[in-house]
Design a binder for this molecule. Sequence first.
Ligand SMILES: [Zn+2]
Length: 322
Amino acid sequence: MNIQRPKPIRLQKLEAILPRINPTHPKYAEMEKELAQRIRGYIGEKQVDYHLETLSHKAIILPGVNLQNNGRNFEMDHFLATPHAVYIIDTKNFVGTITFDTVYKQLIRDDGEKETGYRYPVTQVQTQKLKLQQWLHRHGLQDVPIHCFIAVSEPSTIIKVKGDDSSIKNIVAHGEYIPHMILEKERQLQHSSQRFIPHKKLTQLIINHNKEPDVDILNRFDIKSQDIRPGVRCPHCDWLGMERIFNNWQCPKCKVTSQYAHKAALRDFFLLIQPWITNKIGRYWLGVSSKSVITRLFKQEKFIYNSNRQIWTQQRRGGSLC
Ligand SMILES: [Zn+2]
């Protein structure tokens, strides 16, 4: 089984917005830096997914779960459920040497040039466990055993411990080794108790409540909607402003043609601007003067037309265990 990890909304939005913003915008460098960090984070999580796939015959695996506890979102990078327990795994993407200081509860990263302190991942993952426990309790599932691990995604990262070594080695490992730790825990649980948890029902409940919070990226980076440049982007050279010629898009710069380049532009629109579009806005956004071309493209995309409001929206997609 391949774990299909969706790209986080915040990452999608950053990818969509940067090519549409003038590089002289005061927040451009900050956005670029965050985008690079989030791409690294996403790749690291996918690397850990790859290792966890070896457990797919034993566990139900969910990538990137977001739940709400007391009105606040909490996120788990990886969630696994077996008939014996639930596992949450937090992925860390540090390179160089990382030291877990168990006395002062801090993480120190040494990249070879300087030392930097970070939030203590053990406390972070224990807080996630507590929140999940409370969440399950509120949904009528008491006493579900929850175990947590920290996966270091980069195989070359050196892990060191200052203080109590054993408390770290039981929960922290390189991604590749995490499945072995889970299997070992499963063996212990199988021997210690015969009690089973309703892991399928529990996972379905989580799928039903899993909702990634939306982020208002324009507000966060102080971007006005008029700062965002419209247009269809060339898939070959990234030029913004492909032209509609007959039934194709053509790049005025590199002359490449594409039949489907508008799809990405429309995806950007819904991500960045608003969840609905009119024919007039569509013409502005895609740089097309013909009303009927826009109607045809919206129909091809299977957008839903609301004749009262004269707006088009995307179809909703749901998620299920089966
Ligand atoms: Zn081009």
